[in-house]
Design a protein around this ligand. Structure first.
Ligand code: NAI
Length: 340
């Protein structure tokens, strides 16, 4: 079967990872073109991965008749317009989360995707493709833990990568849209698409006052109650001393599931004068390495098999809308209903 020829936009922290995966680790895919506004980065990555076709302008790349699909890994506030250009040019689209940073733009993206029903559109909520999270979902759907009462989720980036995190912050959409959005999506996935009823978000600048200038916090949390009364407590932090720590607990009426309750990258234990230590994932790239490959495989397989992925544009809007409402609650200090 013919390989799916992909052009990838954005070669930053995650864009580089996706480009390497498409080039070397995803069966059935071919990395055919690359695009970035940073000329030097573009030349270096293209040289390293042996990609001949390069573009500084994504609109030009989307017109390339040699491409079947576009992978969007650019800053979050550019997603909708790049989705439009790619779909209007007949390409299948994989787009990184969040769908966009503004709810109106997410709704616009929904309309664009609906107008191209023959093309595959997939959003990068890669946790849904992580082995442990997939197992948890299977158990929930089978009724193993009964009805979900509470979901507790922590997502912490490591202190070691704080410089790139700070650089990324201005166009990230803020902690809720950038980080909590993953946990928010998991909550709706686990609960079968429940919508929030009320939420309250708080946070602060505990080590990095720079975030205050962006109307953000370096550590934030929120409490959400869903329409069916399920509760969720989410925490997102930018600078955990021990590394990239992601943990999730799902408490049900008949049992509890925990994923990564001790954030550790292997079975290795180091016994020394410091005691007994297990090392944490150094960054999100290590933690989600397999999931990034698995989600791209699913995108390519959907195109080849003419089917649609489980994660949709509507999941993207719901997650961004919930995250945006959390941001409003954080900024106003008020408990808010999801929809006024
Ligand atoms: P980054 O800031 O490291 O890289 C962005 C890249 O896009 C840069 O190389 C920049 O030169 C390029 N760029 C900017 N404007 C462009 C344009 N108009 N055309 C082409 N290229 C352009 O950002 P990072 O961390 O790679 O994030 C990119 C996206 O991936 C964001 O939407 C982010 O939310 C998402 N992301 C998702 C993660 C996940 O776990 N699913 C993890 C990290 C990021």
């Amino acid at each position: 079967m013919k390989k799916i020829r992909i052009g990838s936009i954005g070669l930053g922290r995650l864009g580089y990872e996706h480009a390497v995966n498409i080039a070397a680790r995803v069966p059935g895919a071919e990395l055919k073109a690359l695009c970035d506004v940073d000329k030097e980065k573009l030349r270096n990555v293209a040289g390293q991965l042996g990609v001949e076709q390069t573009y500084e302008d994504y609109e030009q790349m989307c017109k390339d008749p040699e491409l079947d699909a576009i992978c969007i890994v650019s800053p979050s506030d550019l997603h909708t317009k790049q989705i439009r250009t790619a779909l209007d040019n007949g390409k299948h689209v994989f787009c990184e989360k969040p769908l966009d940073t503004m709810v109106e733009k997410c709704r616009e993206a929904e309309q664009i995707v609906a107008a191209h029903p023959e093309q595959v559109f997939m959003l990068g909520f890669m946790r849904r493709y992580d082995y442990s999270y997939r197992k948890a979902k299977e158990k929930i759907d089978r009724g193993d833990i009964g009805r979900i009462i509470l979901i507790r989720a922590y997502t912490q980036d490591p202190l070691a990568t704080i410089e790139s995190t700070l650089k990324f912050a201005p166009h990230s959409g803020g902690q809720f849209l950038d980080m909590c959005v993953h946990d928010i999506d998991l909550c709706s996935w686990f609960t079968g698409g429940q919508k929030p009823k009320e939420l309250w978000a708080v946070g602060g600048c505990f080590a990095y006052p720079q975030y205050r200038e962006l109307n953000d916090g370096d550590n934030v949390s929120c409490l959400i109650q869903y329409e069916d009364e399920t509760m969720a407590f989410l925490f997102a932090g930018r600078a955990a001393a021990h590394g990239c720590n992601v943990e999730t607990e799902i408490i049900g009426t008949k049992g509890t599931l925990r994923i990564g309750s001790v954030g550790t990258d292997s079975m290795l234990e180091v016994l020394s004068e410091n005691g007994v230590c297990r090392e944490c994932y150094p960054d999100f790239m290590y933690r989600w390495h397999d999931a990034y490959i698995a989600e791209m495989e699913e995108f390519v397989n959907c195109i080849r098999e003419g089917r649609k992925p489980g994660v949709t544009v509507y999941d993207g809007t719901l997650a961004s809308e919930t995250a945006y409402r959390c941001k409003e609650s954080f900024e106003t200090g008020k408990k808010l209903s999801f929809r006024e």
